[in-house]
Write a protein that binds this ligand. Structure first.
Ligand code: SF4
Length: 65
């Protein structure tokens, strides 16, 4: 079984990906891959608020909403 980020079912990146607004490479690299390196994951774990349009590498993509 694939080691997937525990936040994936509720993560906005999943929604953007399924809508076709986020390229699959983000999901493959982070959510289904090295999710420990995801800035969103790290901020979730720390309880730090972060906007929905923040990418796994911490950059903002204002086109996603
Ligand atoms: S974007 Fe980050 S927090 Fe969201 S599901 Fe992917 S790895 Fe997890």
């Amino acid at each position: 079984m694939r080691d997937m980020c525990k936040w994936y079912p509720v993560c906005p990146m999943k929604t953007f990906y399924e809508r076709g607004d986020l390229p699959a490479h983000w999901i493959e690299r982070y959510c289904w891959g090295d999710w420990r390196r995801c800035v969103r994951y790290q901020m979730e774990e720390a309880g730090t608020p972060h906007p929905d349009h923040m990418l796994p590498d911490g950059r903002m993509d204002q086109t996603m909403h």
